[in-house]
Design a protein. Sequence first.
Length: 401
Amino acid sequence: MLAEIKNLAEKLNPRLIEIRRHLHAHPELSGEEYQTSAYVAGVLSSCGVRVKEAVGKTGVIGELSGTGKDKRIIALRTDMDALPIEEKSNLEYSSSNPGVMHACGHDVHTTVGLGVAMLLSQLPEALAGEVRFLFQPAEEIAQGARWMIKDGAMQGVDAILGVHVFPTIPARSVGIRYGTLTAATDDLEIIIQGESGHGARPHEAVDAIWIAAQVITSLQQAISRTQNPLHPLVLSIGQISGGRAPNIIADQVKMNGTVRSLHPQTHANLPEWIEGIVSNVCRTYQASYQIKYTRGVPSVHNNSFLTQILEDASRESWGRERVKILTEPSLGAEDFSLYLEHTPGSMFRLGVGSKNMENYPLHHPQFHVDESCISTGVVTLAYAIYKYFLCSSAPTTTMMM
């Protein structure tokens, strides 16, 4: 079956590159993927896949049944949204939508998902059960998975696979990670309330800007002295605003940031820990405060059973030298983790690094991919899905960790 999958993927490759370039040239922001979803639905329908549109607002579901010998359903999730970035790649198929760019590889993800659907639709004997293709919107704002789940995308699903491009891994290679793949990520808003006064007489005021600086410094210092150094934690304040004029002591400062962690207990304790530090600083300098701590998405924790299937499929498809076992997680976030609250799953890294061009990081205005990655992703996932149905039973709850 592997030879048939690889031969068919090679035949489909020119069409898949055409699809990817179309998607790259017509990016849409999170929750606005109307043209993208219509295009995806059209491709799926053309190869006989059952289509449900407007799932999770602008998401698309494709369903492909096999022989029916296996009653299980395995899902494949790929995301479709782009970023608010002005593209500077100078590619002939660069973004035609000013200020919007596929700088995180979601055009590749969508193409790979379509490629797997196109391929397996021509190999019905490869499927003993059903594949559900989830083309998800709004991953970049960590909302699309929630929308899809709310609309029933995970009903009856026994396992789920995902893929994300990685520019530091060479194209034609894949990265496999057992256990934790990404961080839990939360949003933080802190408002410091002081008292205004003349800039020449700061002792008569309560300087919210100065106190905000003390809060930021205290939080960063406390990470290294109160948190377990073996449990990574990153707190970054990305926005800060306050003050009315150069000669007026600011009475209020608003700060917004992101908090990322890997260890469950650290994650659970973060709101209380942050408030304790902010409270102590503000009390010392007679200021008041407000904190809004918003839980984002949890860590992606890859199921060992499904990760083994992905590793085996990769090694059999490409050889050991093209399969990288990743030893470290990422502090990036992925709302793929929300699907894992409903069923076991695993996500792998798809190498897109080029030997002939400088490789830029994700979210960079010059980000690009080596398009040979597309067939690598399609074969890896199609063969992994085939191998999943060769296994007599789904992963159990104890196998999820």
